[in-house]
Design a protein around this ligand. Structure first.
Ligand SMILES: C[S@@+](CC[C@H](N)C(=O)[O-])C[C@H]1O[C@@H](n2cnc3c(N)ncnc32)[C@H](O)[C@@H]1O
Length: 218
C-alpha cells in the first residue's frame, strides 16, 4: 500500500460523514444532471453484468454510500459492498446490503466472485497500487469473471498526480491524493496481469474523455 493511499484512507476514515453530506448537497445543486448521470451509470453497469446469471456473486470495492451495490442487488445479484471508512460502512449497512470492511491493498479475500466493481476508486492509487489491485482482483475473480473500473484520464489534466479537495465536487475540506493515468500505461499493466479488455470507452468532462472506463475479463 502506497503512503499516498494510506494517507487518503485516513482522510476518508475521519471525513466520510462529511463526504456523504456534501455529495447529497452537490447532487441537489442540479438534480436533473445528477439523475441523468445516475441513469447512465446504472445502464452501463446493467449492460455489462447482465451476461452473468442472476444470483451470481458480485463484489464492490470502495462502495462509498452503497448506491451502486444497491442497484446491482435490485438486478437480482448476490452483492457484497465494501469500504474502508466506518461512516461509509454504516451508510451501506443502512441500505440492508451485505457489507464487509475491505482495504483492497491490505486485506486478504478468501471468497471468489463472478464480477468486481471498483468505481471512482483508482483515482486514489499510485501506479504500483493499481498493479497490485489488478493482481488482487484477478485472484478474487472466478475464471471468466469480470472486472469493471474507471480512472481519470491524464490527457485531461496538467499534472500526473496531486493532493486536492475539489471544491466543485464531493469535497471534504481535506486534500486527498489523486493520480491520473494514460490509456497506454493502464493497457500495459492490464496485459501484464493477464486480463482481456472486453469493453473500453471514455466519458465525462467537457470533451467526453475525463474518465477511462474498463471492463476486463479474467
Ligand atoms: C471517490 S470515492 C467513490 C465512492 C463510490 N465508489 C462512488 O462512486 O460513489 C472513493 C472511495 O474509495 C475508497 N477507497 C480508497 N482507498 C481504498 C482502499 N485502499 N481500499 C478500499 N477502498 C478504498 C474510499 O473509502 C471511498 O469510498
Amino acid at each position: 500500500m502506497s503512503k499516498e493511499n494510506e494517507k487518503t484512507v485516513q482522510v476518508y476514515e475521519k471525513n466520510a460523514g462529511k463526504y456523504l453530506k456534501t455529495s447529497i448537497e452537490h447532487d441537489n445543486l442540479d438534480p436533473d444532471k445528477a439523475k441523468r448521470k445516475r441513469e447512465k451509470l446504472e445502464k452501463f453497469i446493467k449492460d455489462n453484468i447482465e451476461v452473468l446469471p442472476k444470483g451470481a456473486k458480485i463484489l464492490e470495492i470502495g462502495s462509498g454510500d452503497g448506491s451502486n451495490a444497491k442497484y446491482i442487488e435490485s438486478l437480482g445479484y448476490d452483492v457484497t459492498a465494501s469500504d474502508v471508512a466506518e461512516d461509509f460502512l454504516n451508510a451501506i449497512k443502512s441500505k440492508g446490503l451485505k457489507t464487509i470492511k475491505f482495504n483492497v491493498l491490505e486485506d486478504e479475500c478468501e471468497e471468489r466472485y463472478s464480477a468486481v466493481l471498483c468505481w471512482r476508486v483508482f483515482v486514489h492509487f499510485t501506479k504500483e497500487d493499481v498493479y497490485k489491485v489488478l493482481q488482487k482482483v484477478h485472484d478474487i475473480l472466478e475464471d471468466g469473471g469480470i472486472f469493471i473500473f474507471n480512472c481519470i484520464n491524464r490527457e485531461t489534466r496538467d499534472v500526473d498526480e496531486e493532493w486536492v479537495d475539489f471544491s466543485n465536487e464531493y469535497h471534504m475540506g481535506v486534500e486527498r491524493y489523486y493520480k491520473y493515468f494514460r490509456e497506454e500505461e493502464l493497457n500495459e499493466l492490464i496485459e501484464k496481469t493477464g486480463y482481456k479488455i472486453c469493453n473500453f470507452h471514455k466519458e465525462g468532462g467537457d470533451n467526453s474523455n475525463k474518465w477511462l472506463v474498463y471492463v476486463l475479463k479474467k
